[in-house]
Write a protein that binds this ligand. Structure first.
Ligand code: G4P
Length: 504
């Protein structure tokens, strides 16, 4: 039997970060094809056979052609076990994405080579960059006319503030794409080897390559592992060109699972004997036939055994982990053991919240909290059918625990107020309430507000005005929802001693 201390080293747990439409789904599909998980492209997102669309609420994704949920895909390739954590590309779901990025050890950044760095790429890069994890760059859509390669690399370095190390170099693009030149192994990889090479395009690119070799950054594995340098690849996900080369280099350098910090600033290393893990996502009703709820858990240290007893750090509750699943491709599989780096799914009856830490044994372990967002848009929510209060409350509670939206109440507790970062979160919420909980809801728009938390002992009922609404968050902490900047400044002048926090 292999020891978990050897086994976890072959885990590669990562996410793809990109601006919508850059080709994340297409690249994921190619990786799955290479891993032998799927046999034909077009199976991941609402295209082709629809194999992945395993829950009915994904209908909203298909209607809008966006990816709303984060899912986990696991497969074996070249002696490695790969865990891909998918992240919703739409900016309204960035909160979900940011939390998912806390559970990966490296990231693949996909950039459209005609567009360069786009806003969402930059935002997501900043999040992973804070964790100093390795980022591998794939300039996609080389089969289309793209921007000059030097230009793209230069923009990447300047906009993201990271050193770039091209691993291969394009020879033409679009109609005149001849291939890529592998700078590490000095090898030409032809795009279409049956066509005669276009000498002028080739010569021009060879000059660039000489320049690049002379003046470009030296490959530095240590810098890569510390997130200071990003290896850069060119290719086309759709044409499956340069993907295999990318994958093989990526697997060579991508890091094994790393430590995670606790609230007491301890670093829990993966080879620590004690089993520890944290919940980064909760998703209800993944399968409409089962009405289940799954907590996605990233293992940090030790070995998971089916049936083991753990403690939930938040409330010291003891739980037996018997109903556990792993995410081999799109099949859910029951598992007996799992190791650091793995993502397991725990069937949840309401015990877990996002960010929860669990641990085996007596030594308390509580990991650093996951990042939270300050909502900017607010809506009052009301049940259309007053007779269906039970399903209404159940739906709200479950969807809030899943982290799809944030819940507030008016200070005296008669009204529910929902807070979100983007409008689409409300639409998904409404859709899911109707579809999964059979509860029709009505929104009363409150609009854009600036939320600031205050201390309970500083609260004064007179703070509740038409321009500053007093509310409480899900845990009962007082929050003021300000109409605008002006109202905020006015308040700060009036109550100079009250500390206003933008986060709880
Ligand atoms: P996303 O998940 O990052 O949002 O992007 P996705 O993979 O869905 O790709 C967005 C569009 O870009 C798709 O076209 C896809 O086919 C196309 N695409 C992805 N990679 C490449 C590439 O290497 N070359 C070219 N030429 N196109 C690429 P679509 O028309 O929006 O979707 P579809 O209806 O064709 O599937």
């Amino acid at each position: 039997m292999t020891n978990f201390k050897d086994e976890y080293k072959n885990r590669i747990t990562f996410a793809i970060i990109s601006h919508p439409d850059a080709g994340k789904t297409t690249l994921t599909e190619q990786l799955l094809l290479h891993g032998g998980v799927i046999r034909q492209a077009g199976t991941v997102k609402g295209r082709g056979s629809n194999k992945m669309a395993s829950s009915d609420w994904m209908a909203i994704e298909q209607q809008r052609g966006i990816s709303v949920t984060s899912s986990v895909l696991q497969f074996d390739y070249a002696g490695k076990r790969i865990n891909i954590l998918d992240t919703p590309g739409h900016e309204d779901f960035s909160e979900d994405t940011y939390r998912t990025l806390m559970a990966v050890d490296s990231a693949v950044m996909v950039i459209d080579s005609a567009k360069g760095i786009e806003p969402q790429t930059k935002k997501l890069f900043e999040i992973v960059s804070k964790r100093h994890i390795p980022v591998f760059t794939f300039f996609n859509k080389l089969d289309r006319d793209g921007r000059d390669a030097f230009d793209l690399v230069d923009e990447l370095e300047k906009t993201l503030g990271i050193q770039a190390c091209p691993m291969n170099w394009p020879i033409g693009s679009g109609q005149v794409l001849q291939g890529i030149y592998d700078l590490q192994h000095d090898k030409l990889i032809r795009y279409n080897s049956t066509k005669t090479i276009d000498q002028s395009v080739y010569d021009e690119s060879m000059e660039e390559i000489v320049l690049q070799k002379d003046a470009g950054n030296q490959f530095d594995e240590s810098k890569i592992l510390h997130g200071q340098q990003t290896p850069v690849f060119f290719g086309s996900a759709l044409a499956n060109f340069g993907v295999e080369e990318f994958l093989s280099e990526y697997l060579k350098y991508a890091p094994a699972p790393s430590y995670k910090r606790t609230v007491d600033h301890l670093e829990i290393q993966p080879d620590n004997e004690q089993f520890t893990a944290f919940v980064f996502k909760i998703q209800a009703n993944m399968n409409p036939n089962h009405r289940d709820r799954i907590a996605f858990v990233r293992i940090v240290s030790g070995e998971f055994h089916k049936g083991m007893e753990v403690t939930l750090a938040r409330n010291a509750k003891k739980l037996k982990l018997s109903n556990v699943t792993q995410f081999m491709a799109d099949e859910r599989e029951n598992i007996e053991t799992a190791v650091p780096g793995d993502i397991i799914g725990l069937y949840d009856t309401g015990n877990f919240q996002i960010g929860d830490s669990i641990y085996e044994g007596k030594q308390t372990v509580e990991f650093e909290p996951l990042p939270t967002f300050t909502p900017e848009l607010f809506n009052r929510v009301i049940a259309k059918d007053v007779m269906k209060q039970k399903s209404y409350h159940k739906g709200i509670n479950q969807l809030v625990q899943e982290g799809t939206i944030q819940l507030f109440e008016s200070w005296h507790g008669q009204e529910y107020i929902l807070g979100a970062v983007g409008q689409l979160q409300f639409e998904v919420f409404q859709f899911r309430m109707a579809n999964e909980y059979n509860s029709q809801i009505i929104f009363e728009t409150l609009g854009k507000k600036i939320a600031r938390w205050i201390r309970l002992d500083e609260l004064d009922e007179r703070m509740n005005t038409s321009r500053s609404m007093l509310a409480k968050d899900r845990l009962g902490n007082p929050v003021i929802l300000f109409e605008n900047r002006f109202a905020l400044t006015w308040f700060a002048d009036k109550y100079p001693n009250v500390k206003l926090e933008s986060k709880m």
